[in-house]
Design a protein. Structure first.
Length: 432
């Protein structure tokens, strides 16, 4: 005879990983209490049956058969009760050897659990096989592309930004940033960076277009501000110089500058070639001249160390932070809208880009492979966590998880024992 078990829940729900409002633990306790009462009631029923058969003055074959079954059921039920109880505590409070197995072997259980996870979960073969089967890159892309994902991520980031900004306003954080970032900037050699940037700018065709556009703007500005230049020349001229001569001097200055600019605008002009030669010489000095590097870096450090510059940087950061906080406080935050749109665009692009999905899979596989190098430490961490658990709490939690099912062992032991007793009695009667 086999008693039916209730449907098994998933491993996560049995271990309490579902939303817990107290009802899950209470249901587990009620289930444990009910099954324990059923197992105990079945054992007491066997005992009552055994006693009742002894009250019959002239027992017949049927009575003796029932008595044998009840007697064997009592033995089976008691044996399984002892076995189940010995897992969690001392039976009847008696310190019998090899009982209270879980409390007395908590540290060994923790070490065994740690080694089990280390050897059977945190191996490169198992982790990589699971990752490849899961297609994590595709799932991440589909999740990011879902309409509700971008607002969810944006809300989380936007909620964290004010706390981050307020943290960065800490005086200690500022001092730390000045010591670390400031020291890195002081040690940085800007000359090669500037030299390479100028070199790349001058060798690209777009740079020539931009340069000519800038010259055109300068020429236009001079044309539009001739009167102001006349006024400046007149204000700085001697009182005895006629105004006509001042105007001619101003016109000559403007014409000379415009001729120079127009010469620079011609790609093959002598002025443009000389300018290019001077620029090439500057690039060469920035890349190869130790003196030029030293002068440039010294100027950079003087600027960084100047109190007015540091105060300006602090004021810029303060204004930027306040602007961000004011924007985030608005119901229609521009930052939140831009962040949400960017996340949605990334999600849609990633969902159709299988190459990037493969890169994500490869990155996760490298991370998993790196994780396996720490499996010894992870196993040790699990063992240490189990070791620090309170013994009574650990026993209670484990009994809530598996104790209800263990009561079926008691029930089956009682029933199977009774059936075995009846069978033995029948065989004995048959051959005697």
């Amino acid at each position: 005879m086999q008693l039916d078990k209730p449907p098994r829940s998933t491993a996560l729900s049995r271990l309490g990983y579902e939303p817990d409002d107290g009802s899950h633990e209470e249901n587990a306790r009620q289930r444990l209490r009910r099954n324990r009462n059923l197992a105990t009631g079945l054992l007491l029923g066997m005992g009552a049956t055994y006693v009742a058969t002894h009250l019959v003055r002239e027992p017949g074959f049927g009575t003796l058969l029932v008595r044998s079954g009840a007697e064997a059921g009592i033995v089976g039920g008691l044996a399984d009760w002892f076995a189940v109880t010995a897992l969690f505590r001392y039976p009847l409070g008696l310190r019998i050897p090899h009982t209270a197995i879980i409390p007395n072997n908590k540290d060994r259980i923790g070490r065994t659990l740690g080694r089990f996870v280390e050897r059977h979960f945190l191996t490169e073969e198992i982790l990589l096989a699971k990752l490849r089967k899961a297609h994590a890159g595709q799932r991440i892309a589909e999740w990011l592309a879902a309409p509700q994902t971008a607002p969810l991520i944006a809300d989380t980031i936007i909620a964290a930004i004010p706390h981050l900004i307020r943290t960065l306003e800490s005086h200690d954080i500022h001092d730390f940033a000045n010591r670390t970032l400031g020291e890195q900037l002081r040690q940085a050699d800007l000359a090669p960076i500037i030299g390479r940037a100028i070199e790349m700018t001058t060798t690209s065709g777009e740079a020539d277009v931009l340069f000519e556009r800038a010259i055109g703007i300068a020429v236009g500005w001079l044309e539009d501000n001739r009167s102001q230049i006349d006024d400046l020349v007149r204000e700085r001229s001697r009182w005895w110089i006629p105004k006509a001569i001042d105007r001619r001097i101003a016109a000559a200055i403007v014409s000379g500058i415009m001729d120079l600019l127009q010469g620079l605008a011609q790609p093959d002009s002598d002025v443009r070639l000389k300018f290019r030669d001077a620029l090439a010489g500057l690039i060469d000095e920035l890349l190869n001249s130790p003196e030029q590097r030293e002068q440039l870096n010294a100027s950079k450090n003087r600027i960084l160390n100047h109190p007015d510059v540091q105060a300006w940087i602090a004021s810029v950061w303060g204004e930027l932070s306040q602007t961000m906080l004011d924007d985030l406080a608005q119901p229609s935050s521009k930052m939140r809208s831009a962040l949400e749109q960017g996340l949605h665009l990334v999600g849609r692009t990633l969902a159709s880009d299988h190459v990037m999905q493969r890169h994500i899979d490869e990155a996760l596989e490298r991370l998993a492979a790196y994780l396996t190098t720490w499996r010894g430490e992870i196993g040790g961490f699990i063992a240490e966590v189990v070791r620090t658990w309170d013994t009574r709490t650990l026993t209670d939690r484990l009994e809530l998880v598996v104790g209800s099912d263990l009561q079926y062992i008691r029930m089956n032991g009682t029933v199977v024992g009774a059936c075995a007793g009846c069978l033995i009695f029948l065989l004995t009667s048959l051959f005697t």
